[in-house]
Design a binder for this molecule. Structure first.
Ligand SMILES: [Zn+2]
Length: 90
């Protein structure tokens, strides 16, 4: 799970459709990426698209290891949000 580091992340922890992000917050960057087009395109294509790879590099830096770790955070956030949406519906 992404680290909770700012008021927007705290709010988003309970509200799956929270649409505010703080600048320079890693949790917000992960959240934005997990709900963004580049990630969704990668999910649909079942591989990391060039756009998603570029976004990972922008946020997590040029190292492949750091990008892989970042991708795990994004996937965890995606799953967390999906779970939260499901809980709200029942
Ligand atoms: Zn945040």
């Amino acid at each position: 799970m992404a680290q909770v580091t700012c008021p927007d992340c705290t709010a988003a922890a309970k509200k799956p459709y929270w649409g505010a992000y703080s600048a320079f917050c890693r949790g917000c960057e992960v959240r934005a990426l997990a709900s963004g087009q580049d990630f969704w395109r990668s999910v649909a294509a079942r591989e990391k698209t060039p756009g998603y790879l570029a976004a990972l590099a922008t946020i997590f830096g040029p190292e492949e290891k750091a990008q892989a770790a970042g991708h795990e955070l994004v996937k965890a956030e995606y799953q967390r949000r999906k779970r939260l949406i499901r809980e709200k519906q029942t």
